[in-house]
Ligand binder design. Structure first.
Ligand SMILES: Cc1cc2nc3c(=O)[nH]c(=O)nc-3n(C[C@H](O)[C@H](O)[C@H](O)COP(=O)(O)OP(=O)(O)OC[C@H]3O[C@@H](n4cnc5c(N)ncnc54)[C@H](O)[C@@H]3O)c2cc1C
Length: 502
């Protein structure tokens, strides 16, 4: 085989996935048809959970040095913003960072880990059999057939991989389109971020660079125009004049684009040796700025599972858990973006203005704001707890940041333990018998840490030992009350990490 995994598509999701695989020692190649990362950025943000994931891999500092911190997000462009600062996390904000820059960081990271990125190379067919996959690709040196054990389609909304795998893409076509313009404004709005909704339409404006502003507009007189029809500066100018009463001196379009609310999801994220991630698996109206963010979560969910399978240490059920975990999360995502689309583009009437105003008022209630912010910022995600584990409230939940005091006395941010993409076994009960409980030398992919928790973390008070997944979700927490805790730890390791004959 040429590779263990071929990733088709070198957008943010493909690059993240390839890096995750390489981190786990997998031989991986990315096929990307573009010569360079697109200079235009669809996404402009990284949400709190994405930032936590980057923190788990030691990349957050780099991204933060490029972007700008904003404590807020938005739901349906309502006037009251989502307040991420309510979260108990050091990533309790949006990082304002153009997609182009995020991709550059991911590409450099993937390359530093040895990922082979074959640009100007387009996958044109994908076949699989029981032994592996064959991807035919056309690149600068002509056509080549590449082989691997698995292929992942991270090739965006029109995914060739999804089509070749015969996976249905179920959902609805677009019923409206919106316009986007990265432009110069001679008279920019006084507020940094402007959102305006009235009988004439919706407009959002935010600064993009020192020179450019991004305008996003739903103009009821233009929202039936198909997304393939190019946007003109005149369309934006007349829309601004109608909705805001001024065209703000708009000029010098850098990028104009139209996008719609087609909403679809792949029926299966796996077909044999073929997987889908990111926009290849789901599309929706980009409301609330979520698409890239959820795609990154998929990459991190799938990476370690595929690596475990390839290294012979995945239980039978692990690969299928990718679809089982992510499909419901994205079903909820499609619903929330559809609900937001109703609030943003269904009608531009006094009663809609009233409804939006009422919802905006409700978001002033901290509990309501936090609930919606958790959904948009992906803190609300909880995977089904392992049915074979002892019941524990932490199982399936995201591993929140903890400060740990190691046996040596040193204090450490627990997220640092995940930089290498390992499982972490966090032992909090100072039981010396742990050393002999398991032949640790056979479990190089588990990082065993004996520590106590420095500071307050009430939900951890009764934890004896916890096995935490490489993607920062809780696999198997053993409570102090368990009469034979080391036996329970062993069962957890056997269930999640046991090597099996290849
Ligand atoms: C207007 C707009 C605004 C948005 N704003 C946000 C936002 O603020 N926040 C957010 O989180 N999301 C946002 N999104 C969504 C976000 O841009 C996407 O969800 C994200 O780009 C998906 O990443 P991906 O890697 O799955 O796919 P893509 O970014 O589409 O990357 C797929 C890659 O695959 C390559 N490719 C395709 N076919 C082949 C092939 N056959 N062979 C080789 N290469 C191939 C493509 O060239 C491309 O580079 C927005 C989207 C739009 C349209």
């Amino acid at each position: 085989m040429d590779y263990e995994v071929i990733v088709v598509g070198g957008g943010p999701v493909g690059l993240m996935l390839a890096a995750e695989l390489a981190l786990a020692g997998v031989k991986v190649c990315v096929l990307e048809r573009l010569k360079e990362t697109m200079p235009y950025s669809r996404a402009l943000n990284l949400h709190p959970r994405s930032l936590e994931l980057f923190d788990l891999r030691g990349l957050k500092t780099k991204l933060v040095s490029i972007g700008k911190l904003l404590p807020i997000g938005h739901y349906a462009a309502l006037d009251t913003k989502l307040d991420f600062s309510l979260f108990d996390s050091s990533s309790n904000y949006t990082l304002y960072i153009p997609q182009h820059d995020t991709e550059k960081v991911l590409e450099a990271w993937a390359q530093s880990l040895g990922v082979e990125i074959r640009r100007e190379t387009e996958a044109v067919s994908v076949r699989q059999d029981a032994q592996g996959v064959e991807v035919t690709a056309v690149g600068p040196k002509g056509e080549a057939v590449l082989t691997a054990a698995y292929v992942v389609g991270a090739d965006g909304a029109g995914s060739l991989v999804r089509k070749q795998a015969g996976i249905p893409f179920e959902g609805t076509d677009a019923t409206l389109t919106a316009m986007l313009g990265d432009v110069v404004l001679a008279y920019p709005p006084e507020t940094k971020v402007l959102t305006h909704f009235n009988e004439h339409g919706l407009v959002m404006i935010l600064p993009l660079t020192d020179r450019l502003h991004r305008i996003v507009m739903i103009d009821p007189t233009r929202m039936k125009v198909p997304k393939e029809e190019p946007v003109t500066l005149e369309e934006l100018r007349s829309g601004l004049a109608r909705i805001l009463g001024s065209d703000l001196g708009i000029s010098e379009p850098y990028w104009l684009s139209r996008f719609g609310n087609a909403t679809r999801q792949a029926k299966r994220y796996r077909e044999g040796r073929i997987f889908l991630a990111g926009d290849a698996a789901h599309i929706h109206f980009p409301a609330g700025g979520q698409g890239l963010n959820v795609g990154l979560q998929e990459a991190v969910n799938l990476g370690w599972k595929l690596a475990a399978e390839l290294k012979g240490r995945a239980p039978e059920w692990l690969l299928d858990s990718y679809h089982a975990e992510r499909f419901p999360v994205n079903t909820a995502l499609l619903r929330n973006t559809q609900a937001q689309t109703l609030l943003m583009g269904l009608e531009f009437s006094p009663r809609m203005i009233e409804l939006r105003s009422m919802l905006s008022d409700l978001l002033c209630i901290p509990e309501a704001n936090k609930e919606v912010a958790a959904r948009i910022g992906a803190f609300a995600i909880r995977y089904a707890p392992d049915e074979e584990a002892l019941p524990h409230a932490l199982n399936g939940r995201r591993f929140t940041e903890l400060k740990l005091r190691l046996d040596s006395g040193a204090v450490l941010d627990a997220y640092e333990l995940f930089h290498s993409g390992c499982f972490v076994l966090l032992h909090l009960a100072s039981d010396d018998r742990l050393n002999d409980a398991v032949p640790w030398e056979e479990y190089g992919h588990i990082r065993v840490v004996r520590a106590s928790i420095a500071g307050n973390a009430a939900e951890w008070d009764d934890v004896h030992t916890a096995l935490i997944r490489p993607d920062g979700y809780m696999a198997w927490a053993v409570p102090q009350s368990e009469p034979q805790p080391l036996e329970a730890v062993k069962r957890g390791i056997a269930r999640w990490c046991e090597s099996r004959p290849m």
